[in-house]
Every structure is written in C-alpha cells, then in structure tokens.
Design a protein around this ligand. Structure first.
Ligand code: HEC
Length: 121
C-alpha cells in the first residue's frame, strides 16, 4: 500500500512539473491579484520598475515592458525566477507561494506587461 501511494504521488508530481497550467482568464485574474499583493511595491502597477520601494534599489526592479528577462522571455523563465530569485538583488525567491500561484504570476507578467516582446503562450 505504501509503495503504491509513493508511485501515485511520484506520477502526480511528474505530471505537475511536465504540464504547467495554461493561461486562462481565471489564471490571469489570480496572477493579477497576487501581483498587487506581492510585486507592486517594487515593480510598480505598470510593471515598469517604479514601485514606491523600487526607486531606491540598485539594480532597479526590472521594467517588464521591455520584455527582456535573464531567465528567458517565457512563462517558464519567469516561473524559474519566482522559485529561485535573482542572486545579489532585491528579487528574492517566492518559493513560499504555491506553485499554482507562481504560475499565475508568471502568466500575468508575461501576458500583461511583456506581451509585445515575449512569445505568446
Ligand atoms: C523587494 C523588491 C522586489 C519584489 C517584492 C519583487 N521583485 Fe522582481 N525584481 C526585483 C529586482 C531588483 C529585479 C532586478 C534584478 C536584476 O536586474 O538582476 C527583479 C527582477 C524580476 C524579474 C526579471 C527576471 C529575469 O529573468 O530577468 C521578474 C520576472 C520578476 N522580478 C518578477 C517578480 C514578481 C512576479 C514579483 C512578485 C511575486 C516580484 N518580482 C517581486 C525586485 C523585486
């Protein structure tokens, strides 16, 4: 029984990693709400890096509208940043948020701010 459970959980984990959630209106709404709570202070409402706390930072929070990301211009790249953070910057890891919430954020940032430059997904 125990072994079966282990197998079932491993398979579930593999499926979760292999299939990131698609960007639907519900996912984007969730990402938007989370962005307002967790990101606006630094990245700003327009995603331009001019949030109240962001202005004094060095390096400044990224201007998402430029669509240039160190970890790749994709939801996957943004998801990676949210899990790991960026070394030696104020961009810390957001691993404490659920995986679902991090995907919602990744899609929201990718579709809303970086939409013109990043490939649509
Ligand atoms: C305490 C301030 C702060 C908060 C809060 C913050 N960030 Fe950042 N973020 C930064 C800074 C500073 C950079 C730029 C780092 C650099 O230039 O290397 C950055 C960079 C990024 C990047 C660019 C990554 C890349 O691949 O180049 C993404 C995407 C990002 N943040 C997303 C988010 C999201 C989504 C949230 C909310 C969950 C968030 N950030 C919250 C400060 C913050």
């Amino acid at each position: 029984m125990k072994k079966t459970l282990t197998v079932v959980f491993s398979l579930a984990a593999a499926v979760l990693v292999a299939a990131p959630p698609k960007s639907t209106p519900e996912v984007l709404a969730k990402g938007k709400a989370s962005y307002a709570t967790n990101c606006v202070l630094c990245h700003g409402e327009k995603g331009d890096g001019n949030g109240p706390a962001g202005q004094a930072m060095n390096p400044k929070p990224r201007d998402f509208n430029a669509g240039q990301f160190k970890n790749g211009n994709t939801p996957e790249g943004i998801f990676k940043t949210l899990g790991e953070g960026l070394k030696d910057t104020a961009m810390v890891s957001f691993q404490h948020l659920s995986e679902e919430e991090r995907w919602a954020l990744a899609h929201y940032v990718n579709n809303t701010f970086a939409a013109r430059k990043a490939p649509k997904k």
